[in-house]
Design a protein around this ligand. Sequence first.
Ligand code: SF4
Length: 432
Amino acid sequence: MAVATEMMDKLKILAEGAKYDVSCSSSGSFRRNKDGIGNAASCGICHTWTSDGRCVSLLKVLMTNSCIFDCAYCVNRRSNDVQRVLLTPAEVAELTIGFYRRNYIEGLFLSTGVVRSPDYTMELLIEAVRTLREQYRFNGYIHLKLVPGADPLLVQQAGLLADRVSVNLELPTREGLALLAPDKSRDAVIGPMRQVNSLITINRAERKESRKVARFAPAGQSTQLIVGATKETDRQIVTLSEQLYQRMELKRVYYSAFIPVVADTRLPALPNSPLRREHRLYQADWLLRYYGFSAQELLDEERPNLETDLDPKTGWALRHLELFPVEINGADYEVLLRIPGIGVRSAQRIVRARRQGHLSMDDLAKLGVVLKRARYFITARGRYAGECAIDSTLLRSRLLETPAKKGAAQLELPFSRPQASDEAISLISGEL
Ligand code: SF4
């Protein structure tokens, strides 16, 4: 596709401004192109997952990197001396449809800085999406960012045009927001979230009455939190996420390890971004959404932060050894999910396979259960294969001796978990 030089220049500048936004699933890669095809680090196309597990490529673009706000952590803040550009709504629509027709993308992830006012910016975003939907009759996936402080009427219009909407919470507490993003108020972020949640609920009920009612944000809403720029504990973050899932029915909370991209005395001076912490939070988040854990079970006042050397499920199991070993042939599905090393898919396979007869350790291995960790917490036909006493210190040292294979903590998707909802499943997770 021949993209005009002027447009190409704009896109390069906007890609720089967008690359720290993790609210879609393929961000955060640092692999660069060395004499090969593609470039994971330079942005442009990201991916998300539909309810049936299909991977969808999205054009990820900022409408503008201009911003009237001055968030301390943001490369696009008004006090930062960078070149500013703005795509017009017509340009966003034209670009998207051009990429779509050439089969480069299946949808659009549209974000923005705040130009002139939240309402003005929201109107630009809506116009771009409306042009795509009405003029180009585009029915592909659209994820649209909501601008904090925008008029509720505009939020409603956005939800009627986009599949998913998101408004970024950015910092977990009111105090954190006041310190680092003084132009944004917590209410300006939570307000649209609440409104979207309520409109989705109303829309669901109306569509039960009549299928002719237009769908409102059918892929739900998500948000993003920056981790490590302020002093919140993991307990505060995980508890907040739990509340967002339970009270606002959010589809996803994305965690973004703070990366110092601009100098500001309000920001912590970090030698490295806490990526391990981000990873542990994603694991804890997965436990909340798919494994039946509560925030309170994972973290409490005495232990406000997740362990860095052990995943949160193994940490929980070592603190509850009175519940182990679990006999694999008799345990409920919910109990199987609590065994370290047994993820959603393994638990489903065990439940299915044991209908045919009692399973042995060998059977479990054949089913693909990762016995390296699980063997310390289970018996199969009464046999324990941990080869050591079930003692917290001993097990901890054994488990730390056997680090997971490179990449083993990465994704396994529970495409067909029991009572599957219509939720889009995202990449950043792990079978725990
Ligand atoms: S509102 Fe804050 S985080 Fe968003 S683009 Fe502007 S300065 Fe950056």
